[in-house]
Design a protein around this ligand. Structure first.
Ligand SMILES: Nc1ncnc2c1ncn2[C@@H]1O[C@H](COP(=O)(O)OP(=O)(O)OP(=O)(O)O)[C@@H](O)[C@H]1O
Ligand SMILES: *[C@@H]1O[C@H](CO)[C@@H](O)[C@H](O)[C@H]1NC(C)=O
Ligand SMILES: *[C@@H]1O[C@H](CO)[C@@H](O)[C@H](O)[C@H]1NC(C)=O
Ligand SMILES: *[C@@H]1O[C@H](CO)[C@@H](O)[C@H](O)[C@H]1NC(C)=O
Ligand SMILES: *[C@@H]1O[C@H](CO)[C@@H](O)[C@H](O)[C@H]1NC(C)=O
Length: 504
């Protein structure tokens, strides 16, 4: 590539150094430390070299294994022998046969895929005009660490244009790196090995595009000639790590959204371009939210492998408190194993915590049914999605509120274009506002029903603000001192009760 790109790349690398210092990764000292261990231990020189060579061999074996894991994820290309990745040293082990076992018939005949592979491995050539690459990272500013795990470190950065993105890098302090360096004493080789998880993630993010999968904005690979072999940075849309504790305190509507998004994701994964995909490491920390929408961000443990079997007994799913046996199909694979594994994990990590608690009274039987059919693996993902979408439809339409008497609203005087001021507020739970009592309602009628059920409530207003389902935010108050004009608002004030024992 031209020298221009190299100098920009150099600038990007410089930026990385700044970043590294900022997050005190001490990359270079780790590197030096590792080098000392490999070359200057007090064993004899001959013995050391022998040991080093065998460790190196073992590491190269591992690197090849990781590579083989990724190849099947690239869509098949016609296997002519003139792939032009000549600058790669040990390239011979790309098996053509294992690819097909992964893939369905509806594969596209695209040759983009080896170019994607070469891109990830050797450079950052843009596949599309709007993809980001190493040049996009020039002059970026690190803002904060968003998270880290066994393998990866995720940092929020502001790009030169002002946009915020999340960068995923190898976590130099992570368990993966630590174990590898301990085993192979080769920080550079280990960085390359761990980077394969990022490469796999890039391929999966390209293959599994969905509203509930984090958006891949681009990536940047270290140049093989630049002394940066195998290093990879993934550029992602920035989200907020899922906070289960916070979510437990949120309105049911928001908790339902997370579960619905998860089910939509699992429905997609059950018939993805790669086949039925299982998330082997299925935990809340693999997800983030972007404007309230759930997105899967950790894909390196996604697997499209099918389990082969001879009898049903070969198809077991084991969980800490439950085991399941699934049917072995006529073609000798466990039917729906990946899909069912995902459903049960969704049940045990998400639904049990988020769904039943404070569900609207009209939905309790529907929610109970979902809990039972997912907890017992009685429903497939299609049926589960249907049950969720049914609840959403009822919730949006307000059909579940049919039992509320229409007359209930007659207890209130309505004033359009007004807002209350000098309010005496009271709190309720779970409120959309910390100070007062703000709840979502389908209509003034539902709000009136809620106000009647709160002993402190004397008035409520509909502000015109809406939740993600389109329901209205209503603010409930015990009293107010005066009204002020506000075009978008409506105020409802409880009519004074007629004095008792008056004339009838
Ligand atoms: N796009 C993003 N926006 C905000 N935070 C993110 C984003 N991607 C990941 N994170 C956070 O960074 C953490 C680590 O990312 P990731 O799960 O990919 O790393 P990992 O090393 O595979 O972790 P684990 O050991 O949990 O598998 C995540 O738990 C998540 O909280
Ligand atoms: C050198 O090797 C000996 C025996 O193999 C060991 O006891 C000693 O701790 C080693 N010293 C250092 C500095 O590693
Ligand atoms: C699940 O199966 C395993 C292996 O057969 C067994 O050890 C375990 O006790 C079973 N667990 C439950 C909850 O049945
Ligand atoms: C499902 O319902 C059955 C029958 O009521 C009950 O025995 C079982 O415990 C329920 N399972 C779950 C996971 O809720
Ligand atoms: C699930 O729904 C999809 C379409 O959304 C359909 O192609 C598939 O056959 C359905 N699976 C089952 C088991 O009904």
């Amino acid at each position: 590539m031209p020298g221009m790109g190299n100098s920009l790349r150099a600038a990007a690398l410089l930026a990385f150094v700044v970043l590294s210092i900022l997050v005190s990764l001490l990359i270079s000292s780790v590197q030096q430390f590792g080098a000392r261990i490999s070359y200057f231990s007090n064993a004899t020189v001959a013995g050391d070299e022998k040991e080093f060579a065998s460790l190196r061999g073992a590491l190269i074996y591992q690197l090849n294994e990781r590579r083989k894991e990724i190849i099947p994820l690239l869509l098949p290309v016609y296997d002519d022998d003139d792939d032009d990745d000549d600058d790669d040293d040990d390239e011979n082990g790309l098996p053509g046969e294992s690819r097909h076992s992964f893939l369905n018939d509806q594969t596209q005949d695209s040759i983009l895929d080896y170019s994607l592979w070469n891109e990830i491995t050797h450079g950052s050539r843009k596949a599309h005009m709007d993809d980001m690459d190493c040049d996009s990272l020039v002059d970026m500013q690190a803002v904060e660490i968003l998270g880290s795990g066994y393998t990866k470190l995720v940092v929020k950065v502001n790009l030169a244009g002002g946009q915020s993105v999340a960068l995923k890098l190898v976590n130099e302090q992570g368990i993966d790196m630590g174990k590898c360096v301990e085993d192979y004493r080769d920080p550079r080789g280990c960085r390359e090995l761990v980077s394969y998880k990022l490469k796999k993630e890039i391929v999966l993010l390209q293959r599994l595009q969905h509203p509930n999968v984090i958006k891949l904005k681009g990536h940047c690979a270290g140049d093989a000639g630049g002394g940066e072999d195998g290093r990879v940075t993934v550029i992602l849309e920035q989200g907020n790590p899922l906070q289960m504790i916070q979510l437990l305190q949120s309105p049911w509507e928001d908790r339902f959204r997370v579960c619905l998004d998860l089910v939509r994701l699992l429905h997609f994964l059950s018939q993805s371009p790669l086949g039925s995909v299982a998330l082997l490491d299925f935990q809340p920390r693999q997800f983030v939210t972007v404007s309230g929408e759930l997105k899967l961000t950790d894909l390196d443990d996604a697997s499209a492998k099918e389990t082969s079997c001879q009898m049903d007994g070969d198809c077991t799913l084991q969980f800490p408190h439950r085991n399941f046996t699934l049917p072995c199909s006529a073609r000798g694979v466990c039917e729906g194993l990946n899909e069912k594994r995902n459903i049960y994990n969704a049940y045990r990590y998400f639904f049990t915590y988020l769904l039943p608690h404070q569900a609207p009274p009209g939905f309790t039987h529907l929610v109970d049914h979902i809990m039972n059919s997912t907890g017992e693996l009685k429903a497939d993902i299609n049926q589960t999605l249907e049950a969720f979408e049914h609840i959403l439809l009822l919730y949006k339409s307000g059909l579940h509120l049919d039992h509320l008497p229409p007359s209930i609203i007659r207890d209130y005087t309505m004033m359009r274009g007004m807002r209350t001021s000098g309010n005496a507020e009271y709190r309720c739970w779970p409120s959309y506002s910390q100070q007062g009592c703000v709840l979502s309602v389908h209509s003034a009628r539902e709000a009136a029903f809620i106000c009647n059920s709160h002993s402190q409530c004397n008035s409520f207003s509909l502000t015109g603000q809406k939740t993600w389902t389109g329901r209205l935010l209503a603010s409930f108050r015990s009293s107010f001192s005066h009204l002020v004009p506000d075009g978008t608002s409506e105020v409802y004030v409880k009519k004074p009760k007629a004095p008792e024992a008056s004339t009838v």
